[in-house]
Write a protein of this length. Structure first.
Length: 278
């Protein structure tokens, strides 16, 4: 059966406890073992774009928002030591011989990250970008584009022309798209040493302007080859500007639900989750 890759999304900021359902670090470690136990091939998310359909099942790992916990171990004030996602990938490689290279989608703007860190994360300094180039050099992560400022509602001012925040659907003019996407790629290239080849819409929210106009016209020049939504809407056919990703903690919350997701993908080739929650 010819099928797309199953692209999974994790957030290193999801640390609300010590168990699988409340902690994406615990979930990632367990899920990688479940993937290895089934002998599934793990590819980089870029492979999901460059080879849209393939007879062999493939899984790709992605991280969103670009907290330092993607790559740096962290002493959490409430829940203690957290192994970084990068450590988990490295240890998984050592334990199983399976090397996974994940795509880390980061918010580019240093000012936006600093403001969000201050307002939403108790000023823990968990959103700097000093780790980007070392993460790329590690060979386990690539730094990819998750927009300039996420058009985040906690920011005083976003780049959106009318300061209309809280949704990426408001990014629907060329000037706004250049400010959110092109500017982000430029900064990430300068800081990480590698230009991003992938974009993930904040909140997984695409819109017709970006999908049908901006990306088809500008992406090649910007170096972007594919864009990822989450799983809220399911395209019927492969669309490189709307590649779905199931999200850990939303689309599956336990090893059993993860097994169901994998089984369904293996049986049907469908890379979107069947588990729907209200
Ligand atoms: Zn995000």
């Amino acid at each position: 059966m010819s099928r797309p890759a199953l692209v999974l999304c994790y957030h290193s900021t999801n640390v609300n406890g010590h168990d699988y359902a409340a902690n994406d670090h615990v979930a990632l470690r367990a899920d990688l073992m479940a993937i290895a136990a089934r002998g599934l091939r793990v590819v980089h998310a870029l492979d999901a774009v460059r080879e849209p359909l393939c007879n062999q099942p493939r899984v790709a790992i992605t991280f969103d928002d670009g907290m330092i916990l993607d790559a740096i171990d962290f002493e959490h004030p409430g829940f203690g030591h957290q192994d970084s996602f990068l450590r988990i990938l490295r240890e998984h490689h050592a334990a199983t011989g399976q090397r996974c290279v994940a795509a880390s989608f980061v918010i580019a703007s240093p000012a936006a990250r600093a403001e969000l860190d201050r307002k939403d994360f108790l000023a823990l300094n968990v959103w700097h970008d000093d780790w980007w180039s070392a993460a790329v050099a590690s060979g386990y992560l690539t730094i990819e584009n998750h927009s300039w400022d996420h058009n985040h509602p906690s920011l005083e001012r976003s780049v959106q022309r009318d300061n209309q925040r809280g949704s990426f659907r408001f990014i629907d003019t060329e000037a706004d798209a250049l400010a959110e996407i092109a500017q982000a790629s430029d900064y990430i290239e300068q800081r990480s040493g590698r230009r991003p080849s992938l974009f993930a819409y904040p909140w997984g929210e695409d819109n017709p302007y970006l999908v049908d106009q901006f990306l088809p016209e500008h992406a090649a020049r910007l170096g972007i080859e594919g864009a990822f939504i989450t799983s809220a809407s399911r395209p019927h056919e492969f669309d490189r500007w709307r590649i779905p990703r199931p999200v850990c903690g939303t689309d599956w919350r336990s090893p059993e639900e993860f097994a169901t997701l994998i089984e369904r993908y293996l049986a049907t080739g469908d890379p979107t989750p069947s588990l729907r929650r209200p």
